[in-house]
Ligand binder design. Sequence first.
Ligand code: KIV
Length: 271
Amino acid sequence: MSIHKEVKRITTFVLQEMKAKGEKIAMLTAYEYTLGKLLDQAGVEILLVGDSASNVIAGHETTLPITLDQMIYHAAAVVRAANRALVVVDMPFGSYQGDAHEALRSAIRIMKESGGHAVKLEGGEEIADAVKKIVDAGIPVMGHLGLTPQSIYQFGTYGVRAKEQEEAEKLLHDALLLQKAGVFAIVLEKVPAKLAQKVTASVQVPVIGIGAGAHTDGQVLVVHDMLGMTQDFSPRFLRRYLNLSEQVTTAVSQYVQDVKAQTFPNEKESY
Ligand code: KIV
């Protein structure tokens, strides 16, 4: 008999139960094995292999340049790290907007080559056919509405979305359409808290907010932001739980000093 308690994998069904019980869902982005393992061990229910890797890992200004191959590389590393969390993989810009068949081909590549458990697509009505096609193939899909960074050149800014009634009504309509197409959850990014609350109450699937107030079924943040690794990004919704940029800089400066002063390595650190 194993002395290790078996870890129960978070599934889309578990997330649905959490919404029903009013238990909040914690989601963070993850892009690699070592940090991914820590997030999984700390109890994060969903690890999102976000296309924000394009910003925080590759240093691009937007999420647009990251490729399907690069997303698969990051996702496979996170899958190897996750014992408990559900791993959701962002479908990158250009891999699903063409037509539903292309979207399905891309989703199948992600599932086969990374071992991820679900995919996420940005958009509403315009991608509903693609969502249905992917769901019909047995692949769980997470939606993403509000500020959808892949459309940044259409929006022009990263400001709050759906402040006006017309856009708010479209967003609610899109959420209902995505639900009908079969999504298991929806990310709502940077929208007024009241609207997020209304959407959350109007759909049966869990709604995970980022900059969407306290009344969604869960929260998501970019891990580099919440750990304080990024320095030049301080939106109002971001809570920094650490100031890693300062701690890393201090530690590395000390290392540089030690190397130059020949105090590292010492005798105990040598063979
Ligand atoms: O790519 C990403 O990090 C995301 C989150 C902001 C939800 O989509």
